[in-house]
Design a protein around this ligand. Structure first.
Ligand code: SAM
Ligand code: SF4
Length: 387
């Protein structure tokens, strides 16, 4: 499990790269495909400007993690990454042990480029492998084979001290025995961290239309449950228990950046469609930038940032978000922090009922956490407590 929170508060910087070589039919992330080459120097100037504008609103933090997400950030030139890291370090002190992650797609991985990222300061890579079966990769619209994904993992392992990769499971027709085999193959390649996402059908994606017309069927509830249970058992037996509902790590190998989100700490969002949470004048701001890359660029060039919404969260919104994010973690939430945020305790009768059903438990250290039986129905548990 992730180590308890201590020391100075964590502060993360998320940088979004909104381009991919092609659009995967299940994905609703802010990613776009362009025929023309991307003008990276123009993006660098805009990233640098938005970092300066954000730091002016939230000065004095020490950066504990930086995450280049996408889209496909491994399409960025190493020099672009270096320039962004340089700008961040000019505006905030960066902790000497800061975690600096780059998301990569196996299609765009080659050793020289990875060494370039390493030279720029990246120390962790997260690869989108998705499946280790070529037929399934084809169905998911991926441009790489399983062999290419394994080669990308091998490169990641030699170049970076820390790496992770993502798989998608609970796919159409997937059987628990097949998934168990694939997951064991994956674990043989894994380092300290693995992200295992159940396929979700997102509105406005090609998979949504296929699902609606009955051409794509997800596993039924019992199979989905068996797939989930298989995942937990096999990963725990291999020393990578879940520290979050979809994320597994050896103790100490957790993604420190993602822990910032789940623990409701502060983070800045830079780039098109990035989200941030900043505490300004004792109020928590939820900030979002323009999603469309070219409009975001023009916005930054005109007014110095691409912010399209900046809302001060009410106590209720803050405490609901704290529950929603924190209960995803195996460590759960600090009950006292909940009370401080919301100004009231959790409803004792609801807590008692969830306890009785074995869905939550309270630790001696004052954490409230979801049990193994509670995780498959996490959404209902959160809805109950937040109501
Ligand atoms: C923003 S993507 C970035 C990774 C990189 N672009 C790639 O695809 O290799 C992050 C991860 O989200 C997961 N993901 C995206 N859409 C999903 C969906 N509909 N259901 C489950 N997982 C999804 C995938 O595992 C993916 O690797
Ligand atoms: S899954 Fe990754 S590569 Fe595919 S469209 Fe989404 S962000 Fe791009």
């Amino acid at each position: 499990m992730a180590s308890p929170e201590n020391g100075s508060p964590a502060f993360g910087v998320y940088v979004h790269w909104p381009f991919c070589l092609s659009k995967c039919p299940y994905c609703d992330f802010n990613s776009h495909v362009r025929r023309e080459p991307i003008d990276e120097p123009r993006f660098v100037r805009a990233f640098v400007a938005e970092i300066a504008a954000t730091a002016a609103r939230a000065p004095g933090r020490t950066v504990s993690s930086i995450f280049f997400g996408g889209g496909t950030p491994s399409l960025m030139q190493p020099a672009t990454i270096a320039a962004v890291l340089d700008a961040i370090a000019r505006h905030w002190p960066v902790a000497p042990d800061a975690e600096i992650t780059l998301e990569a797609n196996p299609t765009s991985v080659e050793a020289t480029r990875f060494r370039g990222y390493r030279g720029a300061g990246v120390n962790r890579v997260s690869l989108g492998v998705q499946a280790l079966d070529d037929r399934v990769l084809g169905e998911l619209g991926r441009l790489h084979t399983a062999r290419e994904a394994l080669d990308a993992i091998a490169i990641a392992r030699t170049v970076f001290e820390r790496y992770s990769f993502d798989l998608i499971y609970a796919r159409p027709q997937q059987k628990p025995t097949e998934w168990a085999r694939e997951l064991k193959m994956a674990l043989a390649e894994a380092g300290e961290h693995l992200s295992l996402y159940q396929l979700t059908i997102e509105p406005e994606t090609p998979f949504f239309a296929l699902h609606a017309s009955g051409k794509l069927q997800l596993p039924d509830e019992d199979t989905a449950r068996a797939l989930y249970d298989t995942t937990q058992e096999i990963c725990a037996a291999h020393g990578l228990p879940a520290y979050e509902i979809s994320n597994h790590a050896r103790p100490g190998g957790e993604s420190r950046h993602n822990l910032i989100y789940w623990r409701s700490h502060e983070y800045a969002g830079i780039g098109p469609g990035a989200h941030g949470r900043l505490d300004i004048a004792r109020e928590r701001h939820a900030i979002a930038t323009e999603k469309r890359p070219e409009i975001w660029l023009t916005g930054v060039e005109t007014v110095g940032n691409g912010v399209v919404s900046d809302e001060v969260l009410t106590r209720e919104e803050m405490s609901d978000e704290f529950l929603l994010m924190g209960l995803r973690l195996a460590e759960g939430i600090d009950i006292e922090r909940y009370v401080a945020l919301s100004g009231r305790p959790l409803d004792p009768s609801r807590v008692a009922m969830l306890h009785e059903h074995g869905l939550i438990e309270t630790t001696d250290g004052g954490q409230l956490r979801v049990t193994l039986s509670g995780f498959p129905v996490l959404d209902a548990v959160v809805a109950d407590l937040a109501a």
